[in-house]
Write a protein that binds this ligand. Structure first.
Ligand code: PMP
Length: 390
């Protein structure tokens, strides 16, 4: 009999061959800067929990209360049986924070983009995106059936050339970009992109996954930092600085009303679990009001960047809580991450196909202490001395 699934084995073997095969490590203990990874106590530098809220007692209490009040799951699409008061409260809080009329919460950030982009554009339209855009922006663009064109990373002149060449051939155009790039940590020139969007009559979707809670006077993101809020589609996740789970899109009342009816990943999926919703609601309040968390995070970023400069390891430019180190090819980067792990530091090697070039990705939290940052710097000094990267 034909082996209908034999191709899977061949594909897995090819992943192994080129060093792209991925494995998972089990992280135990309350989310925070110190955790057990595969049974070994380590300092955690791989978490997106930038404000250190995931293990915060107030989020945990809110989640438990919501489970007792509503049950473990939402039981259906929010358009059928899944709508709870806490969903509306969270959407009001997010919209207020982001300076928008309204907001729609999805079951994840990934699903927010996968639903929103195909709702906004279709076959007669154009999506233009940065080549380093997150997979869900690219996935949403592909799903939409629109012509999807990428421009070189952060190259606004190339974006403009694409718009000059392509814009008039299409009915609608949507520009999509991360504000802080997830695997590089750098910030896009949003003011310039917003200017191009206006000039060439394009909609603009900004993915604030790694900027929310981190950038802007009240932590509302890069959009807030630049004083841009109107006429944008502001997308983000509840799963990083907000310490919970889920995604959202904020914008005009009409946009949100439309997405509630047209975004398939909202319409046809179960509403966000009450526990995650209630925890995120508390997190929005904390992220807005406890500004000291952002100050501590900024101090940690500055301390680590200065320490790495002193060691002399090449770091990618960045403005947020993600720091990437270039230490060599796939194999070298993996070995470097392994030696850091042996030294009690969890900082993963990020490799192709996720990124074009391998790197060690460090993410910081407000709850890392100065002593923890110094332990990381000492480990980087020791490990890098055995590699040709400093
Ligand atoms: N956008 C970006 C830029 C991200 O980095 C991520 C998560 N890695 C997402 C969207 C997806 O968010 P979520 O984890 O909530 O699905």
């Amino acid at each position: 009999m034909a082996d209908l699934y034999g191709w899977i084995r061949a594909d897995l073997e090819s992943l192994h061959r080129v060093g792209w095969y991925r494995t998972m490590r089990t992280h135990n203990g309350l989310a925070g800067p110190q955790m057990d990874v595969d049974g070994k106590p380590v300092l955690q530098f791989a978490s997106n929990d930038y404000l250190g809220l995931s293990g915060d007692a107030r989020l945990i209490e809110a989640a438990c209360r919501a489970v007792r009040l509503y049950g473990a799951g939402a039981t259906g699409s929010r358009l059928l049986s899944g709508e709870r008061e806490v969903h509306c409260e969270l959407e009001r809080a997010l919209a207020g924070w982001k300076g928008c009329d309204d907001c729609l919460v999805f079951s994840s950030g990934y699903l927010a983009n996968l639903g929103t982009i195909p709702a906004l554009v279709g076959k007669r339209d154009l999506v233009v995106g940065d080549e380093y855009n997150h997979a869900c922006l690219r996935g949403g663009a592909e799903l939409s059936g629109a012509v999807h064109r990428l421009y070189p990373h952060s190259d606004c002149s190339a974006l403009e050339s694409l718009l000059i060449e392509q814009r008039e051939r299409h009915r609608r155009c949507l520009i999509c970009t991360d504000s802080v790039f997830s695997m590089d940590g750098d910030l896009v020139d949003l003011a310039r992109i917003a200017g191009l969007a206006r000039r060439y009559e394009c909609m603009l979707l900004v993915d604030e996954a790694h900027a929310t809670g981190v950038l802007g006077p009240t932590g509302a993101g890069a959009v807030e930092q630049l004083g841009l809020t109107r006429s944008l589609v502001q997308m983000g996740t509840l799963s990083k600085a907000l310490g919970s789970q889920g995604g959202y899109v904020c914008g005009s009342a009409e946009l949100v009303d439309y997405l509630r009816n047209r975004a398939r990943s909202f319409v046809y999926t179960t509403g966000l679990a009450p526990a995650a919703t209630a925890a995120a609601l508390v997190a929005v309040h904390i992220a807005r009001t406890e500004t000291s968390r952002r100050t501590l995070l900024r101090q940690n970023i500055d301390r680590l960047r200065a320490g790495i400069d002193e060691i002399g390891i090449a770091q990618l430019p960045g403005d947020a809580a993600i720091l990437c180190l270039r230490v060599g090819n796939i194999e070298t980067t993996q070995r470097f991450a392994g030696e850091l792990f042996d030294a009690g530091i969890f900082a993963p090697a990020i490799r192709p196909p996720t990124v074009p070039t391998s790197r060690i990705r460090l993410s910081l939290m407000a709850t890392h202490t100065e002593a923890m940052i110094d332990t990381l710097i000492a480990a980087l000094t020791k490990v890098s001395s055995g590699f040709a990267c400093s």
